[in-house]
Ligand binder design. Sequence first.
Ligand SMILES: Nc1ncnc2c1ncn2[C@@H]1O[C@H](COP(=O)(O)OP(=O)(O)OP(=O)(O)O)[C@@H](O)[C@H]1O
Ligand SMILES: [Mg+2]
Length: 219
Amino acid sequence: MRGVFVTGTGTEVGKTVVAAVIARSHAAAGERVAVFKPAVSGLDEGGEPDHTLLRRSAGSSQSDDEIAPYRYGPPVSPHLGAELAGETIERERLLDAAREAAHDADFLVCEGVGGVLVPLTLGYLVRDLARDLALPIVIAAAPGLGTINHTLMAVECARAVGLEVTAVVLTPWPNEPGVVETSNREAIERIGQMRIAVLPLIDLADPGSWPALSLSGGG
Ligand SMILES: Nc1ncnc2c1ncn2[C@@H]1O[C@H](COP(=O)(O)OP(=O)(O)OP(=O)(O)O)[C@@H](O)[C@H]1O
Ligand SMILES: [Mg+2]
């Protein structure tokens, strides 16, 4: 399976934006891109759901069920969303759905849920799924104060189970970065020994205006 698994330092840090820009970049290069998100929660809160933004970024015709097999209304961890809905998230169903999504595509962009240690069930975490899918990891993180620690913790948690961290993406990257952002970027690169990319503020409504971001293949 060719693709990337986009995770982050936590919730609301820019995973969907980063995943969308990666998906759009591969689609704009002529590849057939599929998207996948194991579970979506918080649908009750309104706004464009992650699976919809991912689909239009990739130019995909996948159904909601094909992109995100488990979808919940309350803004809670997926394991709790499932419990409140009276079901359990099943590893095999996720793996089947991800393989099915990848089947007719050249490239799969998978967005995790929350951070790497978020439970899909209490015995199956986001990083376990990333490992089962054998996809390299991209970590979305904020550029400002506090990000060195959060980002390096996410990197360590991924590497601890043998995952390859391809890049960290700092988002949204300011037009005029200050000393803190510049220093954070250098510190994470040096300590974490990985590639750092940055993504400026984009207009989510206009994929044609997005910068290219293709992070597969390491480097
Ligand atoms: N480069 C960017 N350009 C525009 N908006 C951005 C950018 N980076 C982050 N944001 C904004 O930050 C917020 C969180 O981003 P996003 O929804 O991608 O986070 P997430 O990590 O996927 O959240 P969740 O955990 O709910 O899936 C959104 O309002 C998004 O528009
Ligand atoms: Mg998201």
